[in-house]
Design a protein around this ligand. Sequence first.
Ligand SMILES: Cc1ncc(COP(=O)(O)O)c(C=O)c1O
Length: 483
Amino acid sequence: MSSYSISEYPNVDEVYVKINKLMSQPPVNMPKAVLEEYIKKIETNCARSKVMTTEAQQYIPGGVQHNLAFNHPFPIVFNKADGAYLYDIDGNRYIDFIQAGGPTVLGSNPAVVREKCIELLNTCGPSTGLFHEYELKIAKLICDNIPSVDMFRMLNSGSESVIAAVRTARVITGKTKIIKVGGAYHGWMDQMVYGIRIPGSGRFESHGIPRAYTSHTQEVYPNDLGQLERTLMFNKVRGGTAAVILEPLGPESGTYPAQKSYNKGVRELCDKYGALMIFDEVVTAFRVGMSGAQGYFDVKPDLTVFGKVVAGGYPSAGGLGGKREYMEYLSAGLGGAKKKQSKVGGTMAANPLSCVAGYYTLLEIQKQDACVKAGRAGDRLNKGLLSILERYNLPFVAYNQGSICHLESAGTLFVKINYLKILSVMKEIKVRKQLMEEMGAAYMAEGLVTVAGNRIYTSMADTDEVIDDALDRFDRVFSKMKR
Ligand SMILES: Cc1ncc(COP(=O)(O)O)c(C=O)c1O
């Protein structure tokens, strides 16, 4: 029997009403004096981080190698992670709500996984380029747990696994069009940098990407099955649709939450129009539950994209799974099982270190019922946040889908794209983005590391004590906001 991180699915209509209300009024700013006080605190407490990341600006574009590390007023340098906590090089402790961007459902750096990795490094090293027994072990474990997956190809990242899925869908169907849900992030590959973060944004962020590369990618508005059907119908008379790709909880890990019935609706439309359904479970697989979000929604996609938890926070986290008859198109080498081949690979794909880390992470998640524990931590946090927001009469929006918690204060991703008023749209995005960064800085100064100031991943390590401590810290920030 499967158990899931989501104990109760959010009332999506209610969430959108609250978001519309948030967006219908000017952003709630942090008072200048409060922000200055927080910045001063960070400058004082994180002096070594400042020196290091200032130097990094000379050598690393933007000063950091990872988008999520862009913190206002400067990135903090972390050198220790343990369970629910992160520690910076100045010795400050933080509650870790970034969880490496999602992979560490067990909490950071769990000993059970680490020890197995060290054992492997002491014997085999991280890679040989040849078959290792853990390739089989992790593939079997995934196939045993994810209902739609008979076979699994392990890859290096979510981004490349999305491209593997798209290519495979095209080989299988012989069609080219890919429909995605606007706002969803499916990685940074050329064809997918289309309609990202904000629905309707099309090629807004496709800098350096020739039009031809995105010309077969289309977007539809979140939860709009009517528009999806019209697009599928339109494509039908123009060569058909290879696949519809979606994040099961909604774009940007549920920032635009999907209606609970949406995935089933998409499944029906894909069947009706002969398109494959691809679930991007980079965030959700083994976080929502051992059988993924597809188990929770009771929907069987044709192809599933994996990432993050699949390597438990260790390097090279990606993969593609699906029905045997589809996955056989990936058979490598000339004379494979099918005439046509979907060519994917990678020197470091399925290296023993990723496989061992992933295998023991998944086993431990299963053994500890970690998705459920992380989800209950998310529930407790969300409940507490709602009550704090109510107490201070703040229009911010909090809701959670198990261990994925959303806390919208600025609503940056909800700015409506209007190409006729593009300058004012850009200005509004800029203002709201800055507010989001300031909120992130305030949380950081209070010892809370969040995902970009508007998302929180909880883990099994978040005990009631950790969550209650976090709530006190959020309370301190919200008590200072100007209404
Ligand atoms: C839903 C989703 N798909 C794909 C990706 C890309 O994965 P990666 O960063 O491993 O390339 C991400 C990354 O955050 C994601 O959230």
